[in-house]
Structure formats: C-alpha cells, structure tokens
Design a protein around this ligand. Structure first.
Ligand SMILES: NC(=O)c1ccc[n+]([C@@H]2O[C@H](COP(=O)([O-])OP(=O)(O)OC[C@H]3O[C@@H](n4cnc5c(N)ncnc54)[C@H](O)[C@@H]3O)[C@@H](O)[C@H]2O)c1
Length: 247
C-alpha cells in the first residue's frame, strides 16, 4: 500500500496504538502530524518517527475535546503540508468503574474525549476534504462499543457512539469521495491495558480464539488498509481487530 504524497493527522499519536499507526502510515510513504494532549511526549515521538522512517513528522499540541484546539491542530497541519488526506481519530481514555460508583466527572470526561473529540476532529477536517473531493477518516472504536463491558459504561457508550458517528459521517461525505470507517480493537498490549492484573489478562486471553493479546501493530495494519486507495469502495464499516473475540 502506497501513501506517497499523502498527509495524515493522527490524534493521540504520542504513544501506544497511535504511535504504531503513525509509524505504519509513514513507512507507507505518508508525511504526518501527530496531535496529542502531551506536547513533550508527542514532540519526542515525532522526532523519533521522522528518524526511523525518513518521512516528515510534526508534533502538535491538541486536546481533542476542545474544538478550538482541534481546528488549530488541523490548521497547523495544512499550513505545513498544504493539504490533509487522512485523519485517524485515535485519542482515547478510560475511567473505569461500576455504574453505581461512577462519578459524573468520569462519565463526562470519557464522553468528551472519546466521542466529542472524534466529532470535533471530523468537523475540523471536513471543509478541506470536501473541497479536495477526497479523504480518509478512520476512527478507533473498541469491542467494548460492540459488546459492552462491565465497569466501562462511559467507555463502551463513547465507543458505541463513535460507531454511530462513523456511519452517519460516512453517509454525509460519501458523495465527495471521502470514506469513513472504524477499527474496533480488542485487547491490545499498551499502557491502557498494562493496568490490568495478570489474572485479568489470563481470563481475557481465554476469550480470544487466536490465543493472545493483540499488538499495537495489529491495529495499525488495519488502519493502513482503510486509509489506502485499496479501500476506496469501503465506507461506514467497523473492522474488528480482536483475535476473533467478537464474531
Ligand atoms: N489498548 C487497548 O486494548 C484498546 C482496545 C480498544 C480500543 N483502544 C483505543 O485505542 C486508542 C489508543 O489507545 P492506547 O491503548 O494506545 O492508549 P494510550 O493511553 O497508550 O494512548 C492514548 C494517547 O491519547 C492521548 N490523549 C489522551 N487524552 C487526549 C486528549 N484529550 N487529546 C489528545 N490526546 C489525548 C494520550 O496522551 C496518549 O498519548 C484509544 O482510543 C483506545 O480507546 C485501545
């Protein structure tokens, strides 16, 4: 898959799945902007990826839950590269707890970042993509948004919302050659899942037909495909990357 000449913006790109996606897109030839709430870490990652891949990579400070931040990050990307072809909405957080004990603040924060943040970034790129009559948007959802997960009411609702948002955006933008898809990872080895106990990890592993937790690169390869020309006739879909857990 060849992304030479393409410009991609990856949110939450400082670490984990976002970093792996950025690397995969850069190795396919794209130049990149990585946006993250953690400026120091995203700048470090951008410099490392530029070194590793030989592509141009800039780090941009962005809190995706803030529409002004989203618009400024997109503007910085376009100021630098003159266009934007691919948006990957990857920034996300968890604040787990059973519903009875879940605070309003934890509910609001997860919805604001995971769901509204995805909406904000889509809104910020739409005008430019409509004008150029092409674009790829890939939203990172989760299997929790498809099957629910005890202790993750806020997270699973946000990711189910991302799936609905993906389908509506796909319908609104399809006539201008813009595709919008979601990737729903299962349990992937990153800082987000490091917090789980060994026992919880072993229990999860038993639910995965392929018998292992996923790597960030497993998700990144699916995103690369959906961002490529090869996926031109695919829109509004949810691709699970979960070792067969949801089928
Ligand atoms: N790890 C998993 O098992 C798993 C499973 C399913 C879905 N996901 C999803 O994949 C995505 C990446 O997860 P990860 O495991 O790499 O997590 P991670 O915590 O390692 O990385 C998340 C990144 O997002 C950034 N971020 C957080 N809040 C932000 C904000 N408001 N604005 C901009 N950036 C922000 C963080 O600084 C961090 O760099 C998330 O959307 C997550 O929900 C992860």
């Amino acid at each position: 898959m060849d992304l030479k000449g393409k410009i991609a913006l990856v949110t939450g790109g400082a670490q984990g799945i976002g970093r792996a996606i950025a690397k995969e897109l850069a190795m396919a030839g794209a130049d990149l902007a990585l946006a993250d709430i953690n400026l120091a870490r995203v700048e470090e990652t951008a410099a490392a990826l530029a070194q590793e891949t030989g592509r141009q990579v800039i780090g941009v400070k962005m809190d995706v839950s803030n529409i002004t931040d989203a618009e400024e990050g997109v503007k910085k990307t376009i100021d630098k590269y003159n266009r934007l072809d691919i948006l990957v909405n990857n920034a996300g957080v968890t604040r787990d707890g059973l519903i009875m004990r879940m605070s309003d603040a934890d509910w609001d924060l997860v919805i604001a970042i995971n769901l509204k943040g995805t909406f904000n970034c889509i809104k910020a790129v739409t005008r430019g993509m409509l004008k150029q009559k092409s674009g790829r948007i890939v939203n990172i959802a989760s299997v929790a948004g498809l099957m629910g997960n005890a202790g993750q009411a806020n997270y699973s609702a946000s990711k189910a919302g991302v799936i609905g948002l993906t389908k509506t955006t796909a319908k609104e933008l399809a006539s201008r050659g813009i595709t919008v898809n979601a990737v729903a990872p299962g349990f992937i080895k990153t800082a987000m899942t490091d917090a789980l106990s060994d026992e919880a990890k072993q229990n999860l592993q038993r639910l995965i037909p392929l018998g292992r937790l996923g790597e960030a690169e497993d998700v990144a390869k699916a995103v690369l495909f959906l961002a490529s020309d090869e996926a031109a006739y695919i829109t509004g879909q949810v691709l699970t990357v979960d070792g067969g857990m949801v089928m």
